[in-house]
Design a protein. Structure first.
Length: 93
């Protein structure tokens, strides 16, 4: 399976960084808003796949984002994995 969208997230210090980097690298709908529900909607159904997201500097991001935001973002990516068979998420320390 050839990857249609390869996304790299890095140097994240707040959730807005995640939304910005994803929007820059993926073709999000024009009505996308910066929240977790909208992010899930985009990743789980609005984008054609296959999609691979690699989150670099995960440990650094966890410290900067705080546990709650970090885990909420991970939950969105993990829920998307369950929803789509053409979605891959890689978390690097």
């Amino acid at each position: 399976m050839s990857i249609t969208h390869k996304v790299v997230l890095k140097h994240l210090s707040k959730q807005a960084d995640v939304y910005q980097q994803l929007a820059e690298q993926l073709d999000f709908s024009t009505d996308f808003v910066n929240n977790l529900d909208a992010l899930y909607d985009e990743l789980s159904g609005n984008l054609e796949g296959p999609i691979q997201i690699t989150w670099q500097d995960g440990d650094e991001a966890k410290a900067a984002l705080g546990r709650e935001d970090y885990e909420a973002l991970l939950a969105v990516f993990n829920d998307t994995i369950l929803e789509r068979d053409d979605f891959t998420f890689i978390l690097k320390p």
